[in-house]
Design a protein around this ligand. Structure first.
Ligand SMILES: [Zn+2]
Length: 203
């Protein structure tokens, strides 16, 4: 099984390769830039690209959609995404990449169509959760109350052993266990909604 992290583009976005080499099947999460380099990681292993997951509909995450559709990949996004994906998913859905199960969590807050994915012990968080912080809630489609609900009731209850794979390389390490994030990340500290709103509004 392959779980690879690739930093791409000006926004230090992380693209991710998820693949079952034995089955010859692959998926990408958020391939948005340096598309030839990302494609080479698939083609050099002779994998068939089945899915391109968008963790949400911001262009620094969806920039590879058109390019990778040419490889026959289906673009997968939450059912509320305005980007006309080939396949829409909702909370609790599971897609298969060979023998790898990819579970979908709907995690609105940074954007209404934000999803997180669990696959192979990894938690792909897009712009919902970074290492040491969370995504902005003040952009169009963002909602601090939804982010509070997502972090407290969806992300915090997940197992500590999951490895957080964020949407951008904004920290000193590129991935970290969720248990560590619960301990270190102020965005995941238990707070009331009122306290959380003050926290995200603080400069
Ligand atoms: Zn975003």
């Amino acid at each position: 099984m392959i779980f690879e992290q690739l930093e791409v583009g000006w926004y230090r976005t992380f693209a991710y390769l998820i693949a079952d080499e034995a089955a010859g099947k692959a998926a990408l999460v958020d391939p948005s830039a340096e598309l030839e380099r990302v494609a080479f990681e698939v083609s050099r292993r002779f994998l068939k690209l089945e899915y391109v997951f968008n963790t949400h509909s911001h262009t620094d995450h969806t920039g590879g959609n058109t390019y990778f559709k040419k490889f026959g990949a289906k673009v997968v996004a939450h059912e509320s995404a305005p980007t006309h994906p080939d396949l829409t998913v909702r909370h609790g859905d599971i897609l298969k990449v060979g023998a790898i199960s990819v579970s979908v969590l709907h995690t609105p807050g940074h954007r209404f169509d934000s999803i997180c994915l669990i696959a192979g012990g990894n938690l792909y968080t897009g712009d919902t959760l970074y290492l040491g912080s969370c995504g902005r809630t003040d952009l169009p489609g963002g909602d601090s109350a939804a982010m509070h609900h997502t972090l407290m009731t969806i992300i915090r209850p997940l197992p500590d052993g999951l490895e957080v794979m964020p949407g951008h390389n904004y920290a000193t390490v590129s991935h970290r266990a969720l248990g560590e994030e619960k301990r270190l990340n102020p965005a995941l500290a238990p707070r009331s909604l009122q306290e959380f709103r003050a926290f995200v509004a603080a400069p």
